[in-house]
Ligand binder design. Structure first.
Ligand SMILES: Cc1ncc(COP(=O)(O)O)c(C=O)c1O
Length: 481
């Protein structure tokens, strides 16, 4: 437990050490009944989340930079979303499976009207992973109809598409600890053209990413994978780890290649969609349109709703009854999502994300400037900003420092989450008061200074990370491993 420094500002209030001593029994009870995989976040008990503020039951209040992990785009507990949920529950229709019902229809009509894909249809699910899984299934069905071997899916290394089998196989990177061999499932990966750490060494005059796609193709060829084995690409256009849009030249080359080889494209907008990047869809930064789009998280800013959008022919491929889910299009969830999309639009939250994001980014760059040698990059479109730390000695991501910054922030009333990968994310609800976003940026500057100050001597002197991502906050409450 950390010693207590009381914090009081217009938005932040910290009156107990973190974790709050009173919360320990609850945290212990949780840890005793759920797997340790659930213990990856700072030990803050959420009692109430409203707008861009999160409160615990012990008098503490945080400016929320997590949005419930990039979910509450319209703000937590938006009154119009709550009202829509209440109206839906008052109607005493809590579930319908695939029977026809109005709320599902209205959300689908809204999604189709927003879709840049012509003659689009959409289908609803609960989790993002269901939408991405379904997209890969559809791409594979199309590929297989062309050739029995054309069933491969290509994704970016280190991307994230969910936890079900295909989604997990398209996520992360190949490891010895993989519980199933990705290649045996026909999943292949290419590097993401991340500007600050260009995967092909020197960035040499490829700011548009034009040649990067050729490098990716060459890499697939090296793996013995050609277009005749590829059904589709499942790609995050602004990956959650990178918050860096796919370069436009890369995207154009990708689309041209895919079109000429009957390869489909799904852009996974579960995290980067719904206004997060200052545009409705993240792919608008790249100037191309895919065949399929997945949405989730910020689609409802609340209850579990995800969606898959695509052309009529593609979505109509499975026969009646072959593509559905018990809770997909649940009337209460659909009502929440429709209200949320209306709020994003009518309250101008997409434009707000662009405006507030630009202010916050400029302030972050200014307050973090003194720590230049420990920073790889501070960037991101809209309110999809990340700060990447680097170990000045090794040039590797500084996992220890990034996680220490999160602990410092939580102690100071700014809620963040551990990535355990050497970067932190600045992703508040899109309706955050710009003054609060600037305050949070200032606090982050203090946190980096404090985290460096408290680095173990060995790391402070030579930049060596002496520890992995273990966090003292979590070990306080019995986190294993
Ligand atoms: C880009 C992306 N795709 C898919 C998912 C999976 O969504 P869910 O956790 O709702 O299954 C996530 C979740 O973080 C995501 O960020």
């Amino acid at each position: 437990m950390t010693s207590l420094t009381k914090i009081a500002s217009r938005w932040r209030r910290i009156v107990t050490p973190i974790p709050a001593p009173q919360s320990l029994p609850l945290l212990e009870r949780l840890r005793s009944v759920e797997p340790r995989s659930m213990a990856g976040l700072p030990p803050v008990v959420w009692q109430e989340a409203e707008g861009f503020l999160v409160r615990d039951p012990y008098g503490n209040q945080w400016i929320d930079l997590t949005s419930g992990i990039v979910m509450a785009n319209a703000g937590h507990a938006h009154p119009r979303v709550i009202e829509a949920i209440q109206r839906a529950t008052d109607a005493r229709l809590l579930a319908t499976y695939a029977f026809p019902q109005r709320q599902r229809l209205e959300l689908l009509e809204k999604l189709v009207s927003l879709s840049p894909i012509s003659d689009a249809k959409a289908i609803l699910f609960s989790a993002g992973t269901e939408a991405t899984e379904c997209a890969m299934m559809l791409m594979r069905r199309q590929g297989r109809a062309i050739h029995s071997k054309k069933i491969g899916i290509v994704s970016f290394v280190d991307s994230y598409h969910g936890r079900t089998l295909a989604a997990a196989s398209a996520s992360g990177r190949r490891r010895d600890t993989d519980w199933i061999d990705r290649e045996s499932l026909h999943h292949f990966q290419i590097p993401f053209p991340f500007g600050p750490r260009w995967p092909w060494g020197e960035r040499i005059e490829d700011s548009t990413g034009c040649h990067a796609f050729e490098h990716c193709l060459a890499q697939l060829t090296e793996q013995g994978v050609g277009h005749h084995q590829i059904a589709g690409f499942m790609l995050e256009t602004v990956p959650g780890w990178a918050t860096w849009p796919m370069p436009a030249g890369f995207a154009r080359a990708l689309v041209a290649w895919a079109r000429s080889h009957d390869v489909l494209l799904c852009f996974d907008e579960v995290q980067s969609g719904c206004g997060r990047t200052g545009k409705l869809f993240g792919f608008e930064h790249c100037g191309v349109t895919p065949d399929l789009i997945t949405l989730g998280k910020g689609l409802s800013s609340s209850l579990p709703v995800s969606a898959l959008l695509g052309g009529r022919e593609l979505l109509d491929d499975p026969a009646a009854g072959e593509m559905s889910s018990t809770h997909g299009g649940n009337p209460v969830c659909a009502a929440a999502a429709l209200a949320n999309l209306c709020v994003l639009e009518e309250e101008g939250l997409i434009e707000a994300a662009a405006r507030t994001g630009a202010l916050a980014l400029a302030r972050l760059r200014s307050v973090l400037a003194p720590f230049g040698e420990r920073l790889l990059s501070v960037h991101g479109p809209g309110l999809f900003i990340s700060v990447h730390f680097v170990n000045p000695e090794t040039g590797e991501p500084d996992v220890f420092l990034a996680d220490a910054v999160v602990r410092e922030a939580v102690n100071r009333g700014v809620l963040m989450f551990f990535t355990h990968r050497g970067f932190v994310k600045f992703t508040p609800p899109l309706n955050i008061d710009p003054e609060a976003a600037l305050e949070a940026a200032d606090v982050l500057g203090e946190c980096v200074a404090a985290a460096i100050e408290h680095l173990p001597a060995r790391q402070k002197s030579n930049g060596t990370s002496i520890s992995g991502p273990h966090d003292e906050l979590n070990t306080q409450v019995g986190r294993g491993g």
